[in-house]
Design a protein. Sequence first.
Length: 226
Amino acid sequence: MKTFISILIFLFLSTISQAHIAHYNKFKKIEMEVFRNGKLIGYSNYFFTKKAEETIVKNQTKFSVKILGATIFEIEGYSEEKYLKDQLTYFRSKTLQNNKEKFVNLSFDKNKKKFIINGSSYSGEASSENIIGNWWNHKILQSYTQISPISGSIKKQVVTFVGKEIINQYGKSHNVDHFTLKSNDTNLPKDKRLDFDIWYDPKNFMILKISYSRMGNWEYRLKNVK
């Protein structure tokens, strides 16, 4: 039984490990809607540009939570990331979270083969094995660590395959692989830990839905791809 389970996990991880930036070359835009407690509150959209061997991905995110007419939480952010073939070489983001400015400036040092980060929560070097914690890129399901796209902080993560499922979204049925993504460091404060459920379409290499609970039940849903 243990051998059988190990083979299953290997097959699923092997499918994901085939991920590379070329899977997204045909896309110009990925549109995701953000829901809290079942109510649409905003969006997170990604825009793709291809120039020779370089791929540029820009993100615009905006949502707000209101209770009795008063805004209790809001985010408005912009980011740009650049890849030379499969290698992330550049990332910049500016985010206004509850009127507090956060940022990330990341570059890739070819000699050291490391990322150099200057962020609102972390400044220093980081392994090039890290991935930016954005939801367009399914490589997040094969990484051991991620860099916050908002503050530059680095968090270790554990990704666990839950099982194959069928989900219905925007009137369509999808065959998906269900994963959990959690922080590897249990000493982190609870509100700082990663704790996500992710539904991934292995046929189209797309993350279709992400859910988590923090001040309510949140979902990011893939609405459209162009």
